[in-house]
Design a binder for this molecule. Structure first.
Ligand code: CA
Length: 459
């Protein structure tokens, strides 16, 4: 690792560690008291009714596991698998879901594992599992090998902007260039994400750069816990942040801000968050891992039946999970209905969150080509050194081949009786296209970097 990266990652680590200590994440800031201050609440599985039906050859080595989640729609497959008994159906009768106070705490908890009072795996932004495996965001740069096992969701995220900029900033941020330049000379436009170098950071950066703004020079970007971000937006010191549902809706409802863009508008059917676990847990418990995956797959299929989404919203909104004042907050977005808060209304089912299948095919299967985009984007902004994508991305591919266990996903899918037509045969989803016409060809990430006008890396 270069000294540059080491320096950056440690500095950011201090910021996020401080954030996790405050331990009030996505809660408490809009009227609900936090449940506790030590890292969230846990829920145990309902009593299993059909464990006896588990094929003896597929019976899990252990029925116990602790999985972390953050209370946003990305976590739905884990919560639904728990609440609808899909984990139990495959023999995982003692799954404990543990609400994480922040992404920094999730990282800290997976570092120690459940044996040390932490977690064995759970929900992740990308490429957190790769960065943890490489020891780039862990304490003392300790390498904790992790496996990416499934994608949890596509869509469901957006970019929120403070009300004072209403009517001035939209998806096509180029139109607001003069506003950004003007602010730069007094109080720079400030945008936040909840963990550096991963999804939310990358979505804001992509959106700004597509409009001709340099995220490292024209705005101030920083890591802030979501609760604090909303408070800062209320008092006018925060201009923007990127987040998952239910936050876009709540920001609009509370008249704090509006949505400039949904991530579905930036990159239709984009990869979002993933299910990943410590490699040592998976290696020790391969059947239990597949049982968890089967439960998640069944939950993802259940969630994609739009007739179930009202019930899904009710479960997720519950006090044990998101603790929302009403499930209605999730109901609209779950049908692709968004009030963007600036007069724009979206009513398009193809913009809703999907868990199992989207407009491009399988969502749950973890395509290696998507891991490569996240790593390439990290190279783009100087978070990872250029050698990851040199020699046709040999180093990135080596890391992805170690971390991405799409082979286990496929085995689990076969055991679950998923139709072979629904099991991808290629580890690449092929060329991806963004809203500004830029294309990412996973066969040539360097060409993608060359095609981008705004970047930190020189290629
Ligand atoms: Ca997200």
């Amino acid at each position: 690792m270069s000294d540059f990266f080491n320096q950056i990652s440690r500095r950011k680590f201090i910021v996020t560690a401080g954030a996790s200590a405050s331990a009030v994440f996505l809660k408490g800031c809009l009227g609900n008291p936090p449940e506790n201050l030590t890292g969230g609440s846990s829920q145990s599985a309902p009593t299993a009714q059909s464990v006896a039906n588990v094929n003896p050859e597929q019976a899990p080595e252990t029925t116990t596991v602790k999985l972390g989640y953050v209370p946003i729609v990305e976590a739905a497959p884990l919560i639904i698998a728990q609440e609808k008994g899909f984990f139990a159906k495959y023999g995982m009768t003692k799954v404990e879901l543990s609400k994480q106070a922040s992404w920094g705490s999730a990282r800290d908890n997976v570092e120690i594992g459940s044996a040390g009072g932490g977690i064995d795996g759970g929900q992740w932004q990308m490429p957190m599992p790769h960065l943890i495996t490489e020891g780039l965001i862990t304490k003392g740069n300790q390498k904790i090998p992790m496996y990416v096992l499934a994608q949890l969701i596509t869509h469901g995220n957006g970019i929120a902007i403070a009300s004072k900029h209403a009517g001035k900033i939209s998806l096509e941020v180029a139109q607001a260039k003069s506003l950004f330049k003007e602010l730069k000379s007094s109080t720079p436009f400030t945008a936040a994400f909840t963990f550096p170098h991963v999804n939310q950071d990358l979505w804001i950066r992509y959106w700004l750069a597509a409009g001709g703004l340099d995220p490292d020079a024209d705005v101030k970007l920083l890591t802030v816990p979501a609760a604090q971000t909303v408070a800062n937006m209320k008092t006018g010191t925060m201009d923007a942040f990127s987040t998952g549902d239910p936050w876009p809706y709540r920001i609009v409802q509370d008249k704090i801000g509006f949505m400039a863009a949904l991530t579905a508008e930036i990159w239709k059917n984009h990869p979002e968050e993933y299910f990943a676990m410590r490699a040592d847990w998976v290696d020790k418990n391969p059947k239990a891992t597949k049982a968890l995956l089967k439960g998640i797959m069944e939950a993802q299929q259940w969630l994609d039946n739009f007739d179930n989404r009202k019930e899904a919203a009710q479960i997720l909104a519950g006090r044990n999970y998101f603790n929302l004042p009403t499930p209605e907050i999730l109901a609209g977005p779950y049908q692709g209905k968004y009030d963007m808060g600036d007069g724009r209304k979206i009513d398009d089912k193809s913009m809703a969150a999907y868990y199992w299948k989207d407009g491009k095919g399988n969502v749950s299967y973890p395509y290696k080509s998507h891991d490569l985009w996240f790593i390439t984007e990290n190279v783009r902004w100087g978070f990872l050194p250029k050698d990851y994508i040199a020699n046709n991305a040999a180093k990135a591919k080596e890391l992805i081949n170690k971390v991405n266990r799409e082979d286990i996903w496929k085995e689990a899918a076969k055991e679950a009786g998923i139709a072979s037509a629904d099991i991808p045969t290629k580890t690449s989803r092929g060329v991806e296209e963004f809203f500004d016409g830029v294309k990412f060809d996973p066969e040539n990430p360097e060409a993608y970097l060359k095609s981008l006008k705004i970047k930190k890396v020189s290629v």
